[in-house]
Design a protein around this ligand. Structure first.
Ligand code: GDP
Ligand code: MN
Length: 401
């Protein structure tokens, strides 16, 4: 789950990281009030930032600086309602504008292949790290935290020197260790600061100081760990989630959309993966991963069918149920019911074995649905589902190339 910048910054603040004070506004008046407060306590400018879960807000015009409350309200009015990469801006963050001298990049993420936390740092901050990785790969420093002890001080110092922040050593070490702490405390799989700014402040006596500050923050939480963090679950932004994902979660279904055209309805994650593998081997492509769970009942089957059919690419549906706790007849009844209600008619191949498989077969036969085939073995089911999908996507006339 991706967090909005203002949520991510709260998590950073909780670990003692240097993040400026900020407010969240959903209309220009609120933005003006917040700006007034920051300008009164000495900020020369305020920054107004679109809160959407996509990167590149700066380039899209979603980050603006203002010098007066009126200007801040005008900027907020411009940004709110703006479309950034297909997402409508509903909230802005208002903060004292930083006088940024230089922009760096620092992140930590879960590196599954090494089973460790990987730190990435670069002096080329403020631009997308994916671009840096392609264009100037040498500009990124990589370092794995110790698997048991976390990021050690000397490792953080190595990072600092390699990106040229040796003159901000103490601050940098504290920030890098703070990112690690944020990651562990929240079961995050990514904590990214881009840019990590060198920020200039002028004291009342005119002395200039330069300090490091987290200007932007991006955190993603491991979905599987959210049960341990009800407070983070509350940060979920339903406005920016795919309605299909929301529906799947509400129904307790594990559903992941894929690129293919064969919808899959299977009980059990392992069986679902096997089914997808066999589809691939038979020359087809699964449209989704879907585990309806152990004791799936008719209503869950119907909900699963709606999710599958919400994808316009789907040309055939493969149902593969190994009845243990799940009863074959319940599933079959759910399938027949779901098909009678659906508007779009897509051919379906059903293989139900195990508990009450014989009853299931009777129910399916009685339905008298010409587009519903049954199969007894998984191989047979896969062959049929792939054949149907291929036939429906073959060019008209069927001329072979
Ligand atoms: P992103 O484009 O979505 O990654 O949004 P960022 O928060 O990273 O902002 C984009 C850019 O806006 C940064 O790289 C900075 O150059 C600039 N920016 C953001 N906040 C401030 C600020 O407080 N002061 C100044 N001068 N520039 C800022
Ligand atoms: Mn950024």
């Amino acid at each position: 789950m991706k967090l909005q910048e203002y949520h991510a910054k709260r998590l950073l603040l909780a670990q003692g990281l240097p993040v400026s004070d900020f407010a969240v506004a959903s209309n220009p008046t609120e933005a003006r009030t917040a700006a007034e407060r920051f300008l009164e306590i000495g900020a020369g400018k305020v920054v107004i930032k679109a809160q959407v879960l996509v990167g590149g807000r700066g380039k899209a015009g979603g980050v603006k600086l203002a010098s007066t409350p009126e200007e801040a309200a005008a900027c907020a009015a411009q940004i709110l309602g703006m479309d950034i990469k297909g997402t409508t801006v509903r909230r802005v963050l208002v903060a004292p504008g930083a006088d940024i001298v230089a922009e760096y990049y620092l992140s930590c993420l879960l590196d599954r292949s090494s089973r460790r936390v990987l730190f990435m740092a670069s002096a080329d901050g403020g631009v997308e790290i994916e671009v840096v990785a392609v264009e100037r790969p040498d500009a990124i420093v990589y370092l794995h935290a110790h698997p048991l002890l976390g990021l050690l001080d000397y490792q953080a110092r190595v990072l600092a020197f390699k990106v040229g922040l040796g003159n901000h050593l103490r601050e940098f070490v504290a920030i890098a260790k703070g990112l690690y702490a944020t990651m562990i405390a929240n079961d995050a799989d990514l904590v990214e600061i881009n840019p990590l700014g060198v920020v200039r402040t002028v004291g009342t006596d005119g002395t200039i100081t330069e300090t490091l500050e987290c200007i932007d923050a991006k955190i993603t939480i491991d979905d599987s760990a959210l049960v341990r963090h009800p407070d983070l679950e509350l940060m979920r932004d339903l406005d920016e989630e795919d309605p299909v994902d929301i529906a799947a979660r509400e129904q307790g279904l594990s559903f992941i959309k894929l690129e293919g055209n064969i919808g899959c309805m299977v009980n059990g994650a392992g069986l679902a993966m096997t089914t997808m593998d066999l589809i691939k081997r038979a020359g087809g492509a699964p449209a989704n991963f879907l585990d309806v769970g152990g004791g799936a009942k008719a209503d869950k089957v119907a909900a699963a069918m709606r999710l599958i059919l919400a994808d316009p690419n789907v040309r055939s549906i493969l149902v593969n149920i190994f009845g243990g706790i799940a009863r074959g007849d319940e599933i079959a009844r759910g399938l027949v019911e779901a098909r009678s209600m659906q508007e779009r008619h897509v051919p379906m191949v059903v293989r139900i074995v195990g508990t009450n498989a014989d009853l299931a077969a009777q129910i399916l036969a009685r339905a008298g649905d010409a587009d519903l085939q049954t199969a007894t073995s998984l191989d047979e089911a896969v062959q049929k589902a792939v054949a149907v999908a291929l036939a429906s996507t073959a060019p008209v006339g069927g001329a072979a190339a």
